[in-house]
Design a protein around this ligand. Sequence first.
Ligand code: PMP
Length: 302
Amino acid sequence: MKSEKIWMDGSMVEWDKAQVHVLTHALHYGSGVFEGIRAYKTDKGPAVFRLKDHVERLFNSAKILRMEIPFSREEISAAIKNIVKENKLESCYIRPLVYRGYNRLGLNPFSCPVKVMIAAWDWGAYLGEEALAKGVRAIISSWQRSNINTTSAKAKICGNYINSIFANMEAMESGVEEAILLDSNGYVAEGPGENIFWVKDGIIFTPPLTSVLEGITRKTVIKIATDMGYELKEEFAARDVLYLADEAFFAGSAAELTPIREIDHYTIGKGERGPISTKLQSKLFDVFKGKEKKYLDWSDFV
Ligand code: PMP
């Protein structure tokens, strides 16, 4: 996980020199917002997937955290493409971060400057290549997704991810690959860094956006599944609905489309990547790689 350059506040900086002061506000309080984006190798060079949507969400997250990004959407978009080019990456993961920098500690963040960094590096399948083909085992976390009056689910706020890290550590300690969080009403919400879908009797389901992040992969899956003729419903569901599902999968920029083969030791469907998940995954990867003319608008060539 290393490339050559990182974009910091408008300049390209050597990877090892991309540093901040230890009293950086965000380091103490999680006062930052970020994005996770992928660029895919295509016949015409690397293409950033749904760049515009990611940049829009970054600005929305910053708005919610009352941070004025000192660059325009166009400048951030150009910097994102540039960091891929500068590092000569064919395909990669891209991490823009907008954060409160160093000035004064204390919970009042307003005196701390708003800083921006963008890094990119080669990052294969988030949960492993095997996970994409065979699926992962998951547990329902004992940690619930933060209530919508505790923090904002709409914003990708750094501090929110402690909730995800608790769930991840619990999954790791339990010997499975991923966690599933329920919302504060007990309904299935999402993974620590992915949205969740399940399939029952040929219908695809996903929770409504109430307490989950509005994932760009989620939006993509909904669009392509609907275009493929599948019925798709947004529904609240208790954990036992997942136990009895025919198929289930995670969807996210990092996790892409990762099937779930087991939840709380219950086998999901046949305990393998199901037929609908297989079709959607294959279509999704074609779309990511700019192989589907119909969705080429989503590919931003570097
Ligand atoms: N939920 C959470 C909590 C996430 O962190 C992510 C990753 N950004 C997602 C869902 C999936 O969102 P996307 O498809 O936009 O990556």
